[in-house]
Design a protein around this ligand. Sequence first.
Ligand SMILES: *[C@@H]1O[C@H](CO)[C@@H](O)[C@H](O)[C@H]1NC(C)=O
Ligand SMILES: *[C@@H]1O[C@H](CO)[C@@H](O)[C@H](O)[C@H]1NC(C)=O
Ligand SMILES: *[C@@H]1O[C@H](CO)[C@@H](O)[C@H](O)[C@H]1NC(C)=O
Ligand SMILES: *[C@@H]1O[C@H](CO)[C@@H](O)[C@H](O)[C@H]1NC(C)=O
Ligand SMILES: *[C@@H]1O[C@H](CO)[C@@H](O)[C@H](O)[C@H]1NC(C)=O
Length: 410
Amino acid sequence: MNPAGYSEQRMICLFSLISLLMIPVIFSQEWSVQYLNMKKCALKDSTINLSGSYKHPDRLTVTEIFWTVNPNKGEEPVNLLNHPDYSGRVQFLQKDQTLILSLSNVKHEDEAQYCIRILTDIKKERYFGYPGIELNVTELRVEIPEEVVEGESPVLFCKTTCDLSDKTDFTWYKNSKRVSESIGSNQLLLRSVSSDDTGNYSCAVRDQKHLSSPALTLSVRYPPKSVSVSISASGEIVEGDSVTLSCSSDSNPPALIFSWFKENQTSAVGSGQSFIISSFNSSHSGRYYCEAQNQHGSQRSASVSVSVKESSSSLIRVTVGITAAVVLTSVILLVFIGLLIRRKRATPSEEQKHGGSGHNKTLESPEDAYMSLEPKSRCAEYDTLDNMKRSCENTDDPEAQDPIYYNSDD
Ligand SMILES: *[C@@H]1O[C@H](CO)[C@@H](O)[C@H](O)[C@H]1NC(C)=O
Ligand SMILES: *[C@@H]1O[C@H](CO)[C@@H](O)[C@H](O)[C@H]1NC(C)=O
Ligand SMILES: *[C@@H]1O[C@H](CO)[C@@H](O)[C@H](O)[C@H]1NC(C)=O
Ligand SMILES: *[C@@H]1O[C@H](CO)[C@@H](O)[C@H](O)[C@H]1NC(C)=O
Ligand SMILES: *[C@@H]1O[C@H](CO)[C@@H](O)[C@H](O)[C@H]1NC(C)=O
């Protein structure tokens, strides 16, 4: 029983004693209003029920019963249904001796004390259920440790400024997708986090997604990984080129320290995300790698080979040169063969004189000259043009005549 109710009842009691003989059973029943909870914590924008049960003396007829807000002393309380600040958001639901106040779209301004007022057919016989229910309005808020490093197991909290109830279940969302339920607890434990756990987290009271907290970003920090080197030159490097090597890595926070190394050199050859060789020469050739570092660690890349290569234009030059040499050699060869044949044709009488056979058919055409030349014959032993010339000239020497050659048709 609340004090206000008690004092009014005491007055009635006093009055009853005075008029005891006149009305013998006047206080057969007492006034009372009992609230389900004296404190209520509500989520902003939600709909809540405040519940109060009442009793009144039998002899009285209740003419009006309503919920009111923050009653002022000496002022008649205002029915919440007629309160401008609550217009369209209030409903009274009566069930037996219980009156429920249903308040929708709860706002922060609704934080106040709510009481039941009962009026009867006898103007002075009225009752005020004071003190009433204290309403606090809260919003959900995710609390995430300031810094979470890969491998740690952080706990996320879904916080409110008042206790919703002893055992509230919370639902967790990551990037708006439901990830977990915390039964009877406002905590979410993430075991041994990795970069995959990075995301925007929000929470709600058991599946009330429309009333979820604002999302907060969990950004898992990790040392550089996937460190790699890229070379600026699109084609092949030619001496004198400017060559830029760039180091890229995946890390959180982004790596800010980069070191460049040349394989088999103990000290770094450069620093910074890019390493520039302004005029490349052969002394720069080698295998290079970079190392990326942030406050959580460092990692090095695989090494890449950087060296001068034959450019396609110089390859063409070489090809053209070789072709020219081949053509020139062929021309010289043909010219020489031509000269040789001419010479053979110009001396048939000499051959007839010395050979005695009178057969010169074999030398009538260049083809014949080669066909008839036995590989073993001196003339055919031409490993060089000079030798060939010499050995064939030698066959003109009478002393060096080869009987097989001159008597082949015999
Ligand atoms: C409020 O009470 C009414 C009647 O008991 C019920 O139908 C409704 O679901 C309740 N609303 C809330 C938000 O508890
Ligand atoms: C809770 O609400 C009451 C009014 O109902 C207010 O006086 C009190 O300051 C609120 N408490 C908090 C912690 O906001
Ligand atoms: C998380 O929220 C931030 C802004 O708060 C936004 O830029 C980002 O895209 C969000 N990430 C995802 C995965 O939704
Ligand atoms: C670097 O040294 C290793 C052995 O220590 C050797 O196998 C490798 O060929 C060297 N590389 C260069 C570019 O000198
Ligand atoms: C290559 O360039 C470096 C300067 O980058 C220079 O010191 C070196 O003498 C050059 N080497 C040759 C072979 O040209």
